[in-house]
Write a protein that binds this ligand. Sequence first.
Ligand code: ADP
Ligand code: MG
Length: 287
Amino acid sequence: MPIRLEKVNYTYQPNSPFQSEALHDIDLVIREGDFVGLIGHTGSGKSTLAQHFNGLLKPTGGRVFVDDWEITAKNAPLKKIREKVGLVFQYPEHQLFEDTVYQEIAFGVKNLGLAKELIEKRVRKALEMVHLPYEDYCNASPFALSGGEKRRVAIASVLAMEPTYLILDEPMAGLDPRGRREIMEQIKELHEAGLTVILISHSMDDVAQLTKRLIVMHQGRIVFDDDTRHVFTHYARLQELGLDIPTVTKLVLALRSKGWKLREDIFTVEEAKEEILKALREESKQC
Ligand code: ADP
Ligand code: MG
């Protein structure tokens, strides 16, 4: 069952001098099993959109459905919806507040009214999913952890709710290269384990490596919603929107301009390697 948005509009502080329209006529369906990238310049509306997927924000116009529930209805079961649609905020470590990692991850689960053993089971499983050994971390203070570890604890606290959908708002932002790689690997694993993932990012390299479908936003509107590879073929339009193309694609285009016979739809390092080796082999045959 999908998440479905119909003609969703959102205006911050309506009818005030500070009124600003953040979303305009958004139509969108996210199906179970999808791995969707959501990309756009700062201020394009990504975070505002993400908060509509689990009812944290209610649209000022239009409708939002999660499975059979209509979030916009008066009697919408928001608690159930937030269990099903997990949202990891940007810089989630700013919201860590418990004394231990265990308490931090158990916090949301406790509200589900589960028995103590079941809570512990969920905390164990969630820590396992982000590769933090339970025995080493359960009594640690979240504040004593590294930047990447804090982020993983924050992700685990959402995973402990056993959501169907996982929305990650810029999960790699501000981490060092190793932290970024680890989080990327884990997001990939979570999708392979069956979670539907919506990854917000402003890095083309990250979405190129991970996602199958890409939604591009600009000034509160969706400008592309297509196969990730297909979106990247619109170089000129993306550049107009202030977005880059993957670094490796830039390299391939630069080599093409110097006469190399390479395909232009190359978006990952692996593909580039294969294509460059193929071109070199062809060249050596001709000599
Ligand atoms: P993104 O996540 O793509 O950077 P946001 O959804 O945060 O974009 O912002 C979309 C627009 O809404 C921007 O113009 C931003 O200034 C505005 N906005 C975001 N949050 C608020 C807020 N709390 N109050 C007023 N305007 C906001
Ligand atoms: Mg944002």
